[in-house]
Design a protein around this ligand. Structure first.
Ligand code: UDP
Length: 355
């Protein structure tokens, strides 16, 4: 069985590596990895693949630095060529990026079966490109691998019980990855305070809206007076901060370059809590038993909020600060919300049923 896996962003590689390890246990599965090139940073060079034990892509389409339309269009065109050449049984896509949608669409037009991992998630915010990508990808897939019961329920509510698309509750491959990399974590090459908040800001809704960005940075400054903040920041956000003359007091908010995943895991293991607008980090905070404050107006990971592990605060400075001060730390994180770390094996076994 030949499977073409489409990946383009760092989290997708991390998830795909977990699934590749599971595929490797089945000699009948031949996997070919296609890197669209959507996401590229210094931490994604050769060393990223080596230290993360991620199989190197067979194809690199090198599509980046374009607007949404041009990017998705070029991916569609180039992925189609690969699919025609390789003639796979399945195309496997992850999450909600332009690479996800382009991969699924290219496969669908060639009548190739599509497996969507991280299916069924919804933020119910159609302004997010991710929401559009995931809804469209779900609808044209053959099998939907859902990380949570919430995702299954979302699909039911959209009528998927009456559509000929299989849904499978397999758990979250990100948990498989967190468990795998936990013992490989690496201390970053800078002084780590004894107690700190690990923060990230990268979503367009925060970085491209200056009033939200100001408000978040102001809140981080105030919190940083007592509890240092470590903020790995993408160069794009650094440029926005520079170009708009947003002052950063580095003694309170320690901006660093994006770190490799093994270092990120170290920071997760050692921080006091997480503040982020990232989807993945909300769950990683939970996997490493840290409370999370989410700098968004909604989340796809509602079970974290319902169980008190995560608080949604948006970009409101007062709310961010008061939530931080009222945060409880004696939380029992032992509840199993994401399957417990065997999602990749379940995905491989399910696909094997189609042999
Ligand atoms: N990440 C990382 N280094 C960083 C920032 C993030 O390794 O400097 C990891 C993070 O731990 C998570 C993933 O990248 O696994 C999340 O990526 P991002 O926040 O860009 O995307 P999202 O999860 O929102 O799709």
């Amino acid at each position: 069985m030949k499977i073409i896996t489409i990946v383009g962003a760092r989290p997708q590689f991390i998830k795909a590596a977990a699934v590749s390890r599971a595929f490797a246990k089945h000699s009948q599965i031949e996997e070919i990895i296609v890197h669209t090139g959507q996401h590229f940073d210094a931490n994604m060079s050769d060393i990223f693949f080596e230290e993360m034990q991620i199989p190197k892509p067979h194809y690199n389409l090198d599509i980046n630095g374009l607007g949404h339309g041009a990017m998705t269009g070029q991916m569609l065109e180039k992925i189609e060529k690969v699919l025609i050449k390789e003639n796979p049984d399945w195309v496997l896509v992850y999450g909600d990026t332009n690479s996800t949608l382009a991969g699924a669409l290219a496969a669908s037009k060639l009548h190739i079966k599509i497996a969507h991992v991280e299916a069924g998630l919804r933020s119910f915010n159609m302004k997010m490109p991710e929401e559009v990508n995931r809804i469209l990808t779900d609808r044209i897939s053959t099998i939907l691998f859902c990380p949570t019961q919430t995702a299954i329920d979302n699909l039911s509510a959209e009528g998927y019980d009456n559509i000929d698309i299989k849904t499978s509750l397999c758990g979250d491959v990100m948990q498989d990855a967190a468990i795998f990399y936990a013992e490989k974590s690496r201390k970053p090459n800078f002084d780590i305070p004894k107690e700190f908040v690990l923060a990230t800001i990268h979503r367009a809704e925060n970085t491209d809206d200056l009033s939200r960005l100001h408000s978040i940075i102001d809140a981080l400054h105030e919190i940083g007076e007592k509890t240092p903040i470590i903020l790995p920041l993408h160069p794009r956000t650094v440029n926005i901060i520079k170009n708009n003359s947003i002052d950063i007091d580095h003694s309170k908010v320690n901006i660093i370059q994006p770190v490799g995943y093994l270092e990120m895991v170290y920071l997760l293991q050692n921080c006091k809590m997480v503040m982020s607008d990232s989807g993945g980090l909300q769950k990683e905070a939970f996997f490493f038993a840290k409370p999370c404050i989410t700098l968004r107006d909604e989340t796809e990971w509602v079970e974290l909020v319902n169980n008190g592990f995560n608080t949604i605060v948006g970009a409101d400075k007062t709310k961010i600060i008061s939530t931080f001060h009222n945060q409880k730390f004696d939380i029992d994180f032992s509840v199993n919300l994401y399957g417990g770390g065997n999602a990749a094996d379940k995905i491989a076994l399910e696909l094997m049923r189609y042999l």
